[in-house]
Design a protein around this ligand. Structure first.
Ligand code: ADP
Length: 497
């Protein structure tokens, strides 16, 4: 009998379920969007019931539309939007508040206080993160304070979980209170070196250990799916944060291998092996996955405005009608004509970290036209990613050999070729670009023996496109120098009121 694996991909705007066969090919996909709640400017929440219902519906529907018999589904893996924070009642399972989404800035003042109190070096060293409202720790602290839950929390009457944890609790029989090491590593409460919650960090945010989930492997059976859901108990056998899952789904199993996801923003992760790497360039250190009790680590960097620059060309500047048109327009000119765009709409992240930087288009001449602006926007995605790759290469002292790519904008072949050109290394796009879901499916299948070992997984991983650099070293340096000059001009522009 054929075996199948399902990945539940619980994202920021939608809940998806993807059903894979033994060749790791997609058989069926179902996804449901859900509401984004903005109670105040800068605040973002999700309704926990909406997360759970859309995810359960997607699971049921994907099985139905695939026509695959439930008996042949060997395992389910869960991957999720990271850092988003939930609290629920341990007795009733009832959520105590809306989920506070990773994007939510409400806890920025708590982060400022921690930095003022001198915690920053300790946070960086133990968690691998740069103190930020993005991560779960300050969100838990805010919830406990605002809901007046400290005493109940101390008594262990409350559970904290990220979305993986919340789904596991609600979908798995026996209500396990677990999270995996990748999700734990995004809470700003987890010591990525000792692999345990850190008492000093918990004390700093006044969070009792009693509310925290048990930390488990990313690949491993945590329990059986509640038989009410599909009419049968199926092993739930993987939990992993979305970017970590994508790194796995891209087959980046060896140190030095890396992937970049080109979506609204870009997420670049590099496998750094069994030791956490320290970054001198403002990158995050994170747990890539934990299998058999052993952690693999990664460096992570993100580009705030990636594909969003193309949305801006389309929606605000009206220079193109569809994102894909950017490729056609960019190809109408042989080069950028000296025009650079720095899409620092919300400041710049690694390796610059300048929140006062703003969007800049520079190098304009009388001959500059629409194609130059469109091309400059596409090139900016490649330059920003190249900056991250260079930062990673310098942090771990190795030259990149190839970059594996996925995400919506990886469909743009001009952009992918330009990326290979400015990096001076191969760019590889896999056959399955649903790499986030694929990673969770592979980890779940690995845990139950659908795939025997990592070699088995390497065998099913298929490439679609491989691009080699066409630019020589002189052209590459000229392009990167132009970009760096443009970045300098964009910096320290905005002023605080
Ligand atoms: P997300 O998961 O962040 O919503 P997706 O992976 O769906 O993002 O990718 C959508 C983003 O990719 C959008 O910002 C869009 O502008 C960009 N995009 C999609 N197709 C193309 C293309 N052919 N060329 C350039 N950018 C594209």
């Amino acid at each position: 009998m054929h075996k199948y694996v399902i990945a539940l991909d619980q994202g920021t705007t939608s809940s998806r379920a993807v059903l894979f066969d033994e060749q790791a090919q997609i058989v069926a996909i179902k996804s449901y969007e859900f509401e984004q709640i903005y109670p105040q400017p800068g605040w973002v929440e999700h309704d926990p019931a909406a997360i759970l219902n859309t995810q359960t519906d997607a699971l049921r529907e994907v099985v139905r539309i695939s026509g695959v018999p439930v008996e042949s589904i060997a395992a389910i893996g869960i991957t999720n939007q990271r850092e988003t924070t939930l609290l629920w009642d341990r007795e009733t399972g009832r959520p105590l508040h809306n989920a506070i989404v990773w994007q939510c800035r409400r806890t920025a003042p708590i982060v400022r206080r921690l930095c003022d109190e001198g915690y920053e070096p300790y946070i960086r060293e133990t968690t691998g993160l740069i103190p930020d409202a993005y991560f779960s720790g300050t969100k838990i602290s805010w919830l406990l304070d605002h809901l007046g839950l400290h005493e109940r929390a101390e008594r262990g009457e409350i559970c904290f979980g990220t979305v993986d944890s919340f789904l596991a609790w609600n979908l798995v029989s026996g209500r396990p209170h677990v999270t995996d090491a990748t999700n734990a590593s995004r809470t700003m409460l987890y010591n990525i070196r000792t692999n345990d919650w850190d008492d000093k960090l918990l004390g700093m945010l006044n969070i009792p250990r009693a509310i925290l989930p048990k930390v488990v492997d990313s690949s491993g059976v945590i329990g059986m799916l509640d038989p009410e859901i599909l009419g049968r108990a199926i092993p739930v056998a993987a939990l992993a944060g979305d970017q970590h899952s994508a790194l796995f789904g891209q087959g980046c199993f060896e140190p030095g291998m890396m992937k970049n996801t080109y979506g609204t923003g870009c997420f670049l992760l590099m496998n750094t092996g069994e030791m956490p790497a320290r970054s001198k360039n403002g990158l995050l250190t994170t747990i890539a996955w934990r299998i058999g009790g052993k952690c693999t680590y990664a460096l992570e960097g993100s580009v705030f405005v990636g594909g969003a620059a193309i949305q801006w060309l389309r929606d605000e500047m009206k220079l193109i009608e569809r994102a894909s048109e950017s490729e056609v327009v960019a190809k109408t000119i042989p080069d950028n004509g000296g025009v650079y765009m720095v899409p620092a709409f919300t400041g710049l992240g690694a390796p610059y970290w300048d929140m006062y930087s703003r969007g800049t288009i520079i190098g304009l001449t009388r001959g500059t036209g629409r194609a130059h602006i469109v091309r400059a926007a596409l090139e900016s995605i490649a330059y920003q990613s190249a900056d991250l790759v260079r930062a990673m290469a310098s942090d771990c002292g190795r030259r990149p050999e190839e970059l594996r790519v996925d995400g919506g904008a990886s469909a743009n072949q001009f952009l992918m070729q330009y990326q290979a050109d400015v990096l001076g290394c191969r760019v590889i796009r896999p056959a399955v670009i649903e790499t986030t879901a694929l990673g969770a499916a592979l980890m779940a299948g690995l845990a139950v023996g659908v795939w025997k070992d990592m070699d088995d997984i390497r065998r099913v991983w298929k490439m679609d496109l491989s691009l080699t650099p066409q630019m020589d070293e002189t052209q590459r340096e000229k392009a990167m120098n132009g970009w760096h000059k443009a970045v300098k001009r964009s910096m320290q522009w905005a002023e605080e009121d």
